[in-house]
Write a protein that binds this ligand. Structure first.
Ligand code: GLC
Ligand code: CA
Length: 564
């Protein structure tokens, strides 16, 4: 594989609205992010991914973009972004933006002009389709519930297509002029010094333009999830992205990471690797296992270590011969991993350190999500009024419509809501945990006054300082290459409470072992070793045996010439 500038790096994702507010309006912003750059740099991360910061009416927290060349005034200005890019660069950090190219906001100029009528040159940039007898063109269901079709005001039986909220009309990627505009847009941002992009919802661009619909799914109301149509048509996606790559980020050497749900395993070779459409794709296998064929949060199981492990092991092995994947524990669409994947007695700092260890040495480009490095758990929401997220609100309605009481529906959100990841980052023990001097846009974590950055800075044994050690080890000398692109060899999966794997490359070999059971365990290693890092003091290696306490993880170097 060709070695690109981003290989071997660790990335950090921030949700700017919830990272740091600089002006007391309760909303995190770019100046707050600039202020906290020393903190970001102190983690050792070298790629910084920002969730959408473009102009947006806010129907889906910035994922409904009305102008892709303007910054949302709530978040800052272009000058602020230029400054962030420059200051980050001084610290060896590259900025990547969230590029939402499968839909726009309904407030976008193009959509407004498309609405002007059938003759409008922009009409074909979106999907306007006739229904019949007062019924929409097909039975597909939006990712947020309800039909994917919305009536065009003032026109009988005419609909436009949207896969998320009705404020997010889908773009027609089969229109060549539209694709040219997208390449131009990406090049415009690359010219400004952006190092790359997270490409949003990439599998949604494919469409069957006869809109035949699909047989009803498990929800039981005659509709079928739009995601199923994506899966059916997935093979069309690579050629569309190859073209985009060729005209924009490819020749510029930019880093791209795709949000690819419903990616068929047999297409992966077209998405990653030197010739692939993207530098890498996020590994969402665990999330897909949770959601598989289930009609909503109310039917999702809680995550388990086994689900996380099996998903990652599958993707690690599948991608190893092809290119690099981007492992995650959390992001802005996920609950907090410590609460979600671990069992009750482990949803604490010790659990966070152990989980961080088995995550950090997976093959590829790992992304840490803000607050993960503090071991944040889920936030307790006391009422539906405390929830902001549009998807969570829909899922609450979905649950009550399926017979759950309001209390039960809220309990479901307390496990699955995306807002767990979006509560403001706690910085210190001042009011609102130092996130803002005003009123925060979303409630703070219940333990924000103790579980914050300042408190953890002081404590050498904190999750924060442990994460710094994880990142440092990942980048240390030849280990960097070993961990990024070396071999991945799964260990035994017989015990659901163990995650054990081996990494080998660049003349190095390590075993990563996580014991998530409630008892001390002894593990047989592939050779004599020594501990490089461990999450609990109760860890020792004697010859080829590793003894590891409960809820603990260790990284063990297998000494050269002593493996078998
Ligand atoms: C992407 C984003 C998610 C958003 C969705 C629709 O999946 O990650 O946060 O809700 O797009 O806009
Ligand atoms: Ca602000």
């Amino acid at each position: 594989m060709h070695k690109a500038w981003w290989q071997g790096k660790v990335a950090y994702q921030i949700y700017p609205r919830s990272f740091k507010d600089s002006n007391g309006d309760g909303i995190g912003d770019l100046r707050g992010t600039i202020e906290k750059l020393p903190y970001i740099a102190s983690l050792g991360v070298e790629i910084l991914y920002l969730n959408p910061i473009f102009a947006s009416p806010g129907a889906d927290n910035g994922y409904d973009i009305s102008d892709y060349r303007k910054i949302n005034p709530q978040v800052g200005t272009l000058a602020d972004l230029d400054e962030l890019i420059a200051r980050a660069k001084e610290r060896g950090i590259s900025i990547i933006l969230d590029m939402v190219l499968s839909y726009t906001s309904c407030e976008h100029e193009l959509f407004k002009r498309a609405l002007l009528g059938r003759k409008a040159p922009e009409r074909d940039f979106y999907y306007f389709v006739r229904g019949s007898n007062g019924r929409p063109p097909d039975n597909l269901r939006s990712f947020f519930g309800g039909s994917v079709w919305e009536r065009v005001p003032g026109e009988e039986d005419l609909y436009y297509l949207h896969y998320f909220t009705k404020e997010q009309p889908e773009l027609n990627w089969y229109n060549e002029r539209l694709r040219e505009r997208m390449s131009d847009l990406i090049n415009w941002w690359l010219d400004r010094g952006i190092a790359g992009f997270r490409l949003d919802a990439i599998m949604n661009v494919v469409k069957d333009r006869t809109f035949p619909g699909l047989p009803p799914d498990e929800l039981g109301d005659g509709s079928c999830a739009a995601a199923r149509m994506n899966a059916k048509l997935a093979a069309q996606a690579p050629s569309l992205y190859q073209e985009l790559k060729k005209h924009s980020y490819g020749p510029r050497g930019a880093f791209t990471v795709a949000e690819a749900f419903g990616l068929n395993d047999n297409l992966l070779d077209q998405f990653i690797g030197d010739e692939g459409c993207f530098s890498t794709v996020f590994d969402f296998t665990a999330r897909e296992t949770i959601e598989k064929n289930r009609p909503g949060y109310y039917a999702y199981p809680k995550g388990t270590l086994k689900i996380y492990r099996d998903g990652n092991f599958h993707m690690q092995q599948l991608t190893s011969p092809l290119g690099l994947v981007a492992p995650i524990l959390e992001n802005h669409d996920e609950p907090r991993a410590v609460s979600f994947y671990l069992e009750e007695g482990q949803q604490n700092a010790q659990g966070a350190r152990a989980l961080g260890t088995v995550f950090m040495f997976l093959r590829g480009i790992p992304f840490i999500y803000q607050g993960q490095e503090l071991g944040l758990t889920n936030t307790h929401f006391d009422s539906i009024e405390e929830i902001d997220d549009v998807q969570s609100k829909n899922e609450y309605r979905n649950a009550t419509a399926h017979g759950f009481t309001k209390e039960q529906a809220l309990a479901i959100l307390n496990v699955h809501s995306r807002d767990h990841a979006r509560t403001p980052l706690p910085w210190d023990d001042s009011p609102h945990a130092g996130f803002t001097t005003g009123r925060p846009w979303l409630k703070l974590h219940q333990d924000a006054l103790s579980l914050n950055v300042a408190a953890q800075e002081q404590d050498p044994g904190s999750v924060l300082n442990y994460y710094r050690a994880l990142v440092a080890l990942r980048k240390r000398g030849a280990w960097q290459e070993c961990f990024c692109s070396g071999d991945f060899i799964p260990g035994s999966t017989a015990d659901d409470h163990v995650m054990h794997y081996l990494r080998k490359g660049a003349g190095k070999c390590a075993e990563i072992v996580g014991n998530f059971s409630t008892k001390e365990r002894v593990f047989e290693l592939s050779g004599e070793g020594r501990i490089l890092l461990c999450s609990i003091p109760e860890a020792r290696v004697e010859g080829r045996r590793l003894t590891l306490g409960a809820t603990g993880a260790a990284v063990v170097e297998i000494l050269p010439g002593r493996s078998s």
